[in-house]
Design a protein around this ligand. Structure first.
Ligand code: KG4
Ligand code: ZN
Length: 349
């Protein structure tokens, strides 16, 4: 059996990711290397990603990260058959670094290049852990930058957005609530930890967009974030102690409730048997736990990639690239550009 090696390059936000995968004749994909250099610590004191800082960090991390990936996979540059790079969506300056680097590698190694959609990389990554994606499947993408519910008939050709957030992304809400509670950035992991010893039913925070007149698959987290901030302010104003663990658990319960209820509802409405949850927030213990419970009750198979694959990485881009290589997709023209607002309906260019 022959195998083709695909390198994935990810630089859409604050992670420089280089992935190497092998795609086999039967279409299965195996992971060979997944190296990530993160600039998250450089952004921590600002409470969010600073674009100029992220771009510079990508520039500095690119070559060392590529070297590490080839060392890990025990491959040589000459082994690579194709390159996939995130073309969008993401931060313009950050995307540009990855696209320029990928073009340089593709030209130097004389291999085809694909500019691919970051969001669909989050979906395609599941293949590395769970095998080929069932088609159709539903994908719930939850991260610091995106919250989308997708119907995926073909990850490279037919993806429909069923719903998305009308304001903050789920991860953004975690980051903002963490700040209110005096927890560090990024807020997801410390809230998840605090919530473990709190009571999720202690405070009834609002479930955004869950009224009968609201759009069925859209989300809203800004009202929830404000409700948490008000609740904490009132407590502090009254000179009372803030029960951080209960607030974290109750906030987390509201997020998990809305995300999983809408995803499972869509699976039932469209009679789709598999739900993939991905993106940094999918690493959350309560979201994964509640999704497992509700999917089991509804007879839906749940696929949640391991945390390392859920957060931004190059392997997810390589996995989508491998899918394109296996399906014989046309590579990009060398003059394609990064597109910070690349729509989810466009898998590659
Ligand atoms: O996918 P990702 O690494 O980058 C983006 O594309 O945004 O996601 C980062 C987001 C951050 O907002 C972080 O707070 C959140 O994922 N996150 C979590 C957890 N781990 C990371 N949110 C909730 N629970 C977690 N355990
Ligand atoms: Zn992402």
């Amino acid at each position: 059996m022959t195998r083709r090696i695909v390198m994935g390059v990810e630089t859409s936000c604050d992670e420089t990711g280089i992935g190497l995968v092998a795609v086999h004749d039967d279409g299965t994909v195996t992971l060979l290397a997944d190296e990530v250099a993160s600039s998250v610590e450089q952004h921590a004191r600002f409470g969010g990603v600073v674009p100029e800082v992220a771009s510079r960090a990508h520039l500095e991390a690119m070559v060392p990260t590529v070297t590490r990936a080839f060392d890990t996979a025990e491959l040589r540059f000459a082994d690579v058959d194709a390159i996939a790079v995130t073309a969008g969506p993401g931060l313009a300056g950050s995307l540009l670094v990855g696209v320029a680097a990928a073009k340089a590698y593709a030209a130097a190694w004389d291999v085809p290049l694909y500019g691919v959609n970051h969001l669909l990389g989050h979906v395609a990554v599941s293949a590395l852990q769970h095998g080929p994606l069932p088609q159709p499947c539903l994908a719930l993408l939850v991260s610091g930058g995106h919250t989308q519910l997708l119907r995926v008939d073909d990850v490279a050709a037919r993806v429909t957005e069923l719903g998305s957030t009308v304001d903050d992304a789920a991860g953004e809400a975690y980051d903002k609530v963490a700040r209110v509670l005096g927890l560090p950035y990024p807020g997801g992991p410390p809230i998840d930890r605090a919530a473990a010893s709190g009571d999720g039913a202690a405070i009834a925070f609002p479930r955004g967009m869950s009224g009968t007149a609201d759009p069925r698959y859209d989300f809203s987290f800004s009202g929830l974030k404000t409700a948490v901030a008000r609740w904490v302010e009132q407590r502090e104003g009254a000179g009372a102690e803030v029960p951080v663990n209960d607030v974290a658990a109750s906030f987390q319960e509201a997020v998990a409730d809305v995300l999983t209820a809408k995803a499972v509802r869509a699976a039932q409405d469209f009679d789709i048997g598999t739900l993939v949850i991905s993106g940094g927030v999918a690493a959350n213990s309560r979201i994964a736990g509640l999704a497992a419970q509700r999917c089991a009750a509804a007879g839906v198979e749940l696929r949640v990639p391991r945390p390392r694959l859920c957060t931004d990485n190059g392997a997810m881009i390589a996995s989508l690239g491998a899918h394109l290589v296996a399906s014989g997709a046309e590579p990009a023209a060398i003059d394609f550009g990064a597109d910070p607002a690349l729509p989810v309906t466009k898998a590659f260019c």
